[in-house]
Design a protein around this ligand. Sequence first.
Ligand code: PLP
Length: 402
Amino acid sequence: MDRDQQLLKVAKEFGAPVYVYDAEKIISQYNKLKKAFAPVDVQIKYACKALNNSSILKLLKKQGSGLDTVSINEVKLGLRAGFLPNEIIFTPNCVSIEEIQEAVELGVHINIDNISILEQFGSIYGNSVPCCIRINPHILAGGNSKISTGHIDSKFGISVYQLRHVLRVVESQKIKVNGLHMHTGSDILDPGVFLQGAEILFDAARDFKDLEFLDFGSGFKVAYKEGDITTDIEELGSALATRFLEFCKDYGRDLELWFEPGKFLVSESGFFLVKVNVLKQTTATVFVGVDSGLNHLIRPMLYDSYHHIENISNPEGKQRIYTVVGYICETDTFGWDRKLNEVREGDILCFRNAGAYGFTMSSNYNARFRPAEVLLYDGQAHLIRQRETFEDLIKNEVEIDL
Ligand SMILES: *Cc1c(COP(=O)(O)O)cnc(C)c1O
């Protein structure tokens, strides 16, 4: 059975809208990344905010991955999925010291991105609990400014220009810094630019004597449409591995090299299937109205992201131009002027690259249910999350007498 046939079968069995993930693709992306950095044994900490279904977490755990988490609940999801505390790094931004203390209690690596938190952390734990420090190297590797976190006004990380201050806090509080981290958030389009950022981290690392790892975050770009520039992972891997080994020699100790990919591991594994409710001819275009909207896939409206759309119900149909929109009472356009095989009401459309930041960013806006999730694994389609029901919408409401 080819892929589209398999997807149609999933839509028939589990209904639409539904997110479908291909385990094989996740595994092959994971292995590709591991291989690219050889001879260095790169440690991958999957950034689970991209897609945090427990079955996906278990799948990555099985491959040998660790986890990057940004909230205490992501930490708990990771532990529940079987990750050991020391395989998890907690990299929050603007959370309270209490949430960080909770993470310390759970035994995970702590990544601190604020001098005020570093001071509080030091006065509570001294040298008894190590931490990692998130540096903002202020490099811009390119790409979408809405997702970039490395620029000068960014709220993420501690500016590399504040390093003297960081060192004073570390020394006076006797904090044990076991890792340095950077994650610029922008897409790595040019490995050369990324390597400049790495040099900044290497430079900073010389001032810290207790390091065990360097974490280079993420930014691996995958193709969303044909012809997209993607990160040349082999080129980046071999150049960084070489530099990293040189650095370790210089530093006098073997450190671990960490990365925290989200999108790279899961984006292309995902397919979002929706059903065409209506066709609507206007003076400007032919709208295809589907049984979904920005409540299920917000990236096109939030980031102007392009998601390729195909009509998998009518592969032989004549190609025509359509505008694909959702059913939410807001402007929720998935794509203008898309060439699709002739669309008929009831057809199933497939959105590509739906694995990352799809389901995890979904909501109940317009009192709609979040969709089901299905994992294709070992030739079988497994339901890994049920579609919500009306009960889910009201379960936290408290009724009062009016
Ligand atoms: C979101 C995030 C990532 C993953 O980014 P991708 O673009 O999905 O690879 C990695 N590290 C941190 C700290 C993040 O916040």
